[in-house]
Design a protein around this ligand. Structure first.
Ligand code: KIV
Length: 297
């Protein structure tokens, strides 16, 4: 395979996509086989999102996820991804205690987890300080504004952000502040298309939208939403490209039916002793009758 096709996605290459007008394709992954498929199919950026808490671990929100839990999912993804840029989503408490603690946790995602950068939700002054610390320490940061799922306890529900003029303008200012602090790109989640378009036009770094319309420089979705195997409510911005829950349902039902009816496993899915070994096996056992308690009457 030509070297160029094997080259890993770098931050400068990703950023150059914006100037070239080439869209960035991003998805979440939380395990080796999924990351291997996404990587093979040319996904540019794989996010090991804290959405793993809801999508895979069955929790109601993302705030309980720990650094060790995220690391557990990050490692196999980083192992599988040979070309894609792998980003670790910093869990709720991992960057809120102090900038030093945040840096230590981000360092673990890079050193132990194999990530090529981290994502942080929000753009408060304290958050910008954390971003600056990371950038100074050479840790690439992906920003995330608009709907920030880690704000669920304060906000009470997941809903579109920036729907009013002032709020929309605030999100634009947050994006500009994040660019100034040094993030390499920004995720815009669940904001009106017009606000996302304004941000995308103003910034020189790429915007990656999820529920933020067509103008963003790239798009990201949660993998399980895309393939149709996530639980419960699906937001309006999700387009399902497959019905994997139906496929899995058919496979499991077929297996169950064949196990119950005695049609699985058949001869083709079984191992056999070679004829000579079978003769000897029977001969050995002839001298050792089955335990009476286990002999059928
Ligand atoms: O955790 C996640 O999956 C995310 C994406 C929705 C951007 O933050």
């Amino acid at each position: 395979m030509p070297e160029q096709l094997l080259a890993r996605m770098t931050i400068p290459t990703l950023q150059a996509r914006k100037a070239a007008g080439e869209k960035i394709v991003a998805l979440t992954a939380y395990d080796y086989p999924t990351a291997e498929i996404l990587d093979r199919l040319g996904v540019d950026l794989i996010l090991v999102g804290d959405s793993v808490a809801m999508v895979v671990l069955g929790r109601d929100n993302t705030v309980s996820l720990t650094v060790d839990e995220l690391l557990h999912h990050l490692k196999p993804v980083a192992r599988a991804a040979r070309k894609a840029l792998v980003i670790a989503d910093m869990p709720f408490l991992s960057f809120r205690l102090s900038p030093e603690d945040a840096l230590r946790n981000a360092g673990r995602f890079i050193q132990e987890g194999g990530a090529g950068g981290v994502k942080i939700e929000g753009a408060s002054p304290a958050r910008l300080e954390v971003v600056r610390r990371f950038v100074e320490a050479e840790i690439p940061v992906l920003g995330h504004i608009g709907l920030t799922p880690q704000s669920i306890l304060r906000q009470g529900q997941f809903k579109v952000q920036g729907g009013e003029a002032e709020e929309g303008a605030r999100i634009v200012r947050e994006a500009e502040a994040l660019e100034e602090a040094g993030v390499f790109a920004i995720v815009l989640e669940c904001i009106p298309l017009e606000v996302a378009a304004e941000i995308t036009a103003r910034l020189s770094i790429p915007t990656i939208g999820i529920g933020a319309g067509i103008s963003c420089d790239g798009q990201i979705l949660v993998f399980h939403d895309l393939v149709g195997c996530s639980r419960g409510y699906l937001p309006k911005f999700v387009r399902k490209y497959a019905e994997m829950d139906l496929l899995i349902g058919d496979a499991v039902a077929g297996y169950g039916d064949e196990v119950r009816s005695g049609n699985f496993p058949d001869d083709g899915h079984s191992y056999h002793l070679k004829p000579e070994a079978l003769l000897r096996f029977r001969a050995v056992l002839k001298d050792r009758p089955a335990c009476p308690a286990k002999t059928k009457p």
